[in-house]
Write a protein that binds this ligand. Structure first.
Ligand SMILES: C[S@@+](CC[C@H](N)C(=O)[O-])C[C@H]1O[C@@H](n2cnc3c(N)ncnc32)[C@H](O)[C@@H]1O
Ligand code: SF4
Length: 330
């Protein structure tokens, strides 16, 4: 009941685009780890790690996770256990899933699958993971390896088959298993075969998604590596400068591995965009604090007023009130 009322309040806030809100977030990101074992060329955790040396890296402790989730309960109904890194690098992930499950919160996890083992599969099922998203961007090692550098396609195939088998053995409906393929130029001709192959393996769904440049630098790299597909439907997505409405400011929070709180997934780890810390700060003090109120006003009026705040919203809306504002995209 509390969740239904909370959702209603959030809908009203979104419609009216209020500056203050009375609901709590319905979803959240909890970054299990912002480190990675692969070197995908557009990713700030992988191939571009050296350009993002200023990002403090680590893994989330169960205590930080619990303290953070407790502040969002009982209203929050689903959480993502990944943002910019590989969640299986964090051994606390199973305890976090179990805790969320006990509180009837859905958990989603995206992984490159390289660290998977049967033991991990059993733990995921036992803990009650709702959805496992497997990142796999190709049907052959040659195509797959173009983006997932140092990744091994056979390892993915064996691992996915293993967890499908474990689900049957343990008579578990969850986790829902989704194969996710970022559509690049090198794999766009494989889509039909990809779908056939993974359907035959018995996965629950297949999702082709649009690539993102991830950063300005990523745009240049994408051109250099000829990554951009020809297919119209899968042209690269980037929100910079075009956003008129944003739900995230009303129903979502992003929590970094150390508890640092960001308005959305993009700037996580970029300290100047941090709005607070979920563990040490008062929840309502941040959620309706000066920074959030500034961002909600900025989106509503499409111009900036009042005390200036550093925020990613400047980049998304393309509205820069101060010339010296740091531009994430440009
Ligand atoms: C940064 S990854 C972190 C989770 C995990 N390491 C993984 O790759 O699944 C988060 C999501 O971004 C996706 N991703 C990676 N590079 C992308 C790109 N250039 N465009 C769109 N999505 C991308 C991944 O497939 C994954 O689902
Ligand atoms: S596997 Fe995920 S986190 Fe790792 S480099 Fe690739 S996209 Fe980034």
């Amino acid at each position: 009941m509390q969740r239904i009322i909370n959702k209603l309040f959030s809908k009203v806030s979104i419609i009216l685009r209020t500056t203050k809100v009375f609901n709590k977030p319905t979803s959240a990101i909890f970054e299990m780890s912002n480190k990675c074992n692969l070197i995908c060329p557009l990713c700030s955790t992988g191939g571009l790690k050296n350009q993002f040396k200023h990002i403090q890296r680590g893994i989330m402790s169960f205590d930080i996770f619990k303290a953070g989730l407790d502040k969002l309960l009982p209203e929050v109904s689903s959480i993502l256990l990944y943002n910019w890194g590989e969640p299986f690098l964090n051994k606390n992930v199973f305890q976090c899933i179990e805790y969320a499950y006990k509180h009837n919160v859905k958990t989603l996890l995206s992984t490159n699958m390289m660290l998977y083992s049967e033991e991990i599969g059993k733990k995921l099922i036992k803990a009650g993971l709702s959805k496992l998203i497997v990142s796999c961007d190709g049907l052959t090692q040659e195509t797959y390896g173009k983006y997932r550098r140092e990744g091994n396609l056979n390892k993915i195939i064996d691992s996915v088959n293993n967890i499908i088998g474990l689900k049957k053995e343990l008579q578990s409906e969850i986790p829902f298993i989704e194969m996710q393929c970022v559509v690049f130029k090198f794999n766009e001709n494989e889509m039909e075969e990809y779908e056939k192959f993974w359907r035959a393996q018995g996965v629950d769904s297949i999702n082709f998604i649009r690539m993102s440049y991830m950063s300005k630098l990523g745009k240049d790299i994408s051109r250099r590596l000829d990554l951009v597909p020809i297919h119209n439907e899968y042209q690269p997505y980037h929100p910079y400068g075009i956003v008129k409405k944003c739900m995230e400011l009303y129903n979502h929070v992003t929590i970094d591995w150390n508890g640092d709180w960001y308005t959305c997934c993009f700037p996580s780890g970029e300290k100047e965009y941090r709005v607070g810390n979920i563990v040490t700060d008062d929840f309502w003090g941040i959620w309706n604090g000066e920074n959030y109120r500034y961002c909600r006003r900025l989106l509503k009026k499409q111009k900036s007023e009042g005390q200036y705040c550093e925020t990613m919203c400047h980049d998304c809306t393309g509205i820069y009130p101060k010339k010296e504002t740091k531009r994430f995209w440009e």
